[in-house]
Design a protein around this ligand. Structure first.
Ligand SMILES: *[C@@H]1O[C@H](CO)[C@@H](O)[C@H](O)[C@H]1NC(C)=O
Ligand SMILES: *[C@@H]1O[C@H](CO)[C@@H](O)[C@H](O)[C@H]1NC(C)=O
Ligand SMILES: *[C@@H]1O[C@H](CO)[C@@H](O)[C@H](O)[C@H]1NC(C)=O
Length: 434
């Protein structure tokens, strides 16, 4: 037996042992290093994670507020009063100058049960990232629930390239490490906005099996073949420190036949088990596809649908609808435009949970805040955990985070989900060859 000092493998690694035992430990270590390389301010937040490492334990001084998270009796044998509330992990991403939009989106989609990771990509200066972290730390409810973190060592995320896949998986892997109890992962962009309160969303999700992935997908290729699927690109965000754009190679490549290619949209609601499969799994499909998609334009819209639909384990868990409203031009159905006020009613009637794309501080966002979320400017969206006087709307007094107060948004969402799941309709739209 030779044990090479420079071996890239950890000493505990033996090729014959099941990799699952070595993987999580090694992975968590890597993640910790990434986290430790973050800026000072981000460190403060990220180190509050429930960690097995002793180096971070010493920095934790306070826990989560017991008013929000009271100790519950362990016995679950009593008749439950209803389904247990799930929890969502959000990655909220933006670019230089997007801090204000990220904060507004955080307030509008906030709930103490969830976890939030904010990512200002590498085109934003470090000072903006630090300011964002300081602002987050100044909000009492975020401190009390300890559920908002800022990525200190960020990535480029070019929507036209593949760096977005890498940065999204980075965020998801940190969230897996930060919190062991979330059920779904949602990646939001600064231009997105919720159309229901988190109480509405969590309430509806609590009635669903926790293995459903909401992902738009199609194997129909059409115009995409020559414009999106055959070209070869190089994403400079993966290896250059300065902001550049991606470039195209002159050659094109054949469509794959080792797996079926699916395209979709960049927004998706993904389960924890699926992300563990992508990030920690021993099946090589997610990694093989990661390398394949590294050189494809707009590959982020194809990555998750293709992994899901080619995996025997997950292809029956996909719902072909991502619960997102996108404003499409009637004529040019592939080019989304900015949501305008005229569309407000259509957007709400669509019963989607989120919508895109909104301009910075567009008046339509104020209307969503007032009429749908009942949210005051600069405050978090009220929920069952807020105990202020009715109409006060500051959420400065809080109680049990498990108490949800769903409103009309839950009714809309319920109708939409019932339709999606009815008569096995979803099976007939699932990972089909077209
Ligand atoms: C996702 O699918 C739904 C249902 O088919 C559709 O209404 C919506 O426009 C799609 N979104 C995108 C971005 O393609
Ligand atoms: C899309 O619609 C918006 C507003 O409805 C309009 O301003 C824009 O010119 C349209 N774009 C295209 C390409 O048709
Ligand atoms: C809301 O309630 C909090 C705490 O009770 C109080 O400090 C604040 O002044 C109230 N705000 C309004 C607008 O009534």
């Amino acid at each position: 037996m030779h044990q090479h000092q420079q071996s890239p493998l950890p000493p505990s690694y033996t090729p014959n042992a099941t990799a699952t035992t070595a993987l999580p430990k090694d992975h968590s270590k890597t993640t910790l290093y990434i986290i430790l390389a973050t800026s000072f301010f981000s460190l403060l937040f990220i180190l509050s994670l429930p960690s097995t490492s002793s180096s971070s334990q010493s920095l934790i001084t306070t826990g989560r507020d017991p008013v929000l998270f009271p100790n519950r009796p362990i016995s679950r044998t009593e008749i439950p009063s209803g389904p247990t509330s799930p929890s969502i992990a959000y990655l909220i991403s933006g670019s230089a100058g997007d801090s204000a939009r990220i904060l507004r989106l955080l307030f509008a989609s906030y709930h103490p049960r969830n976890h939030y990771l904010l990512h200002l990509d590498l085109s934003a200066p470090q000072t903006e990232r630090d300011r964002l972290a300081v602002t987050v730390q100044s909000v009492p409810i975020f401190r009390a629930a300890q559920n908002v973190d800022v990525i200190g060592k960020s990535d480029y995320a070019y929507p036209r390239g593949s760096s977005t896949i890498s940065s999204t998986l980075h965020g998801a892997s940190i969230l897996l490490r930060l919190s062991s109890n979330w059920d779904w992962f949602i990646s939001l962009n600064a231009g997105d906005y919720p159309l229901v309160t988190q109480d509405d969303l969590l309430h509806i999700l609590s009635y669903l099996p926790k293995d459903l992935n909401f992902v738009n997908h199609t194997s129909y290729i059409g115009w995409k073949e020559s414009k999106r699927l055959k070209p070869i690109i190089v994403d400079t965000g993966l290896y250059l420190l300065e902001k550049h754009e991606i470039f195209y190679a002159t050659q094109k490549r054949e469509l794959p036949n080792a797996f079926r290619l699916f395209s979709g949209s960049s927004f998706a609601i993904l389960t924890r088990s699926f992300l563990e499969f992508c990030i920690l799994g021993t099946d090589n499909l997610p990694r093989t596809l990661l390398m394949y998609f590294a050189n494809m334009p707009y590959s982020f819209t194809n990555y998750f649908p293709t992994v899901l639909c080619n995996s025997d384990q997950f292809k029956s868990t996909v719902i072909n609808n991502n619960l997102q409203y996108v404003a499409f031009n009637k004529s040019l159905s592939t080019k989304p435009h900015l949501v305008s006020s005229e569309e407000f009613d259509a957007m709400i009637q669509s019963a989607a949970a989120f919508a895109t794309q909104f301009q910075f501080d567009d008046p339509v966002l104020d209307r969503i805040d007032q009429e749908i979320l009942k949210r005051n400017p600069g405050k978090v969206v009220p929920g069952g955990w807020c105990l202020d006087e009715p109409g006060n709307g500051t959420c400065s007094v809080w109680g049990d985070a498990d108490i949800l107060r769903p409103g009309p948004g839950a009714k809309r969402l319920e109708k939409c989900i019932v339709e999606l799941l009815s008569d096995d309709r979803y099976r007939s739209h699932q990972c089909l060859d077209e």
